[in-house]
Ligand binder design. Structure first.
Ligand SMILES: Nc1ncnc2c1ncn2[C@@H]1O[C@H](COP(=O)(O)OP(=O)(O)O)[C@@H](O)[C@H]1O
Ligand SMILES: [Mg+2]
Length: 234
């Protein structure tokens, strides 16, 4: 793992990032010379129409993919030159992901889904038990720990996904349209939960949405258009 090389307050730093997807003769420039800085503890929404590059940006910040050019630094670590193994370790230690489709493991219980990243992190059985109890209480699901994850409602499944993301205590939570599959009341409750975790634990949140009611909840909005920040923001 490379050593921190940016001040720790600047949690996410992107410098002149381009991402080009090529398939055969055609190519799409999903991010075009994109730069931004997000400070520790910020609660930021990535807004913009479908196809503007929101998911691509979250994947690059989360180390799921690498840029075509430019630099991505998260918690002081540049992800650009990490090999696959180092990137997997980076993902495990630095970011928690919440997806639009929850992505829970269907055969596992609620508690087992939350335990999974803690097993990967090598925590002892006792510490895993304590963490699971704490985060399930935090998301309001303490009573459902032993239920099969997919027996829950959509809103409850997204709460499990959030518990799983925060359990290893990563400094950054990335969420790609986390409310898109939820009704508006349930979606607002999920953002309420993000706000509470952001305040209590100073976790940095970056989530994407194109729903005005969700975007309005952010402290800062980065508006994307064709892989760039809208001209008024750049
Ligand atoms: N794996 C891929 N291969 C080719 N093109 C892609 C791929 N992923 C995204 N794109 C293209 O990149 C652009 C940005 O996509 P995306 O980041 O998914 O935007 P958003 O999340 O804002 O909808 C779009 O034109 C999309 O079609
Ligand atoms: Mg997307």
């Amino acid at each position: 793992m490379n050593k921190p090389d940016t001040p720790p307050t600047k949690t996410i730093v992107l410098e002149r990032v381009c991402k080009v997807y090529r398939s055969g003769a055609s190519q799409v420039r999903a991010l075009d010379d994109f730069s931004c800085t997000i400070e520790a503890g910020e609660f930021t929404c990535l807004a913009g129409p479908s196809g503007s590059g929101k998911s691509t940006l979250l994947h690059l910040i989360g180390g799921l993919d690498v840029p075509t050019s430019g630099t991505v630094r998260v918690a002081g670590r540049a992800t650009t030159h990490l090999d696959r193994t180092a990137r997997a370790l980076f993902r495990r230690e630095v970011v928690g992901f919440v997806f639009q489709t929850f992505n829970l493991i269907p055969v596992l219980t609620v508690a087992e889904n939350v335990e999974y990243p803690l097993l990967l992190a090598g925590l002892s059985a006792g510490e895993r038990r304590r963490r699971i109890a704490k985060v399930l209480a935090d998301v309001g699901l303490a009573d459902l720990a032993d239920r099969p994850a997919t027996a829950l409602s959509s809103g409850q499944q997204q709460r499990v996904a959030i518990a799983r993301a925060i359990a290893p205590r990563p400094p950054v939570i990335l969420a790609d349209e986390p409310t898109a599959n939820l009704d508006s009341t349930t979606g607002q409750a999920i953002i309420d939960l993000f706000v509470a975790i952001n305040r209590q634990q100073s976790t940095t949140f970056l989530f994407s949405s194109h729903d005005p009611r969700i975007i309005a909840r952010a402290n800062r909005v980065l508006w994307l258009e064709d892989g760039r920040l809208r001209p008024s923001q750049a």
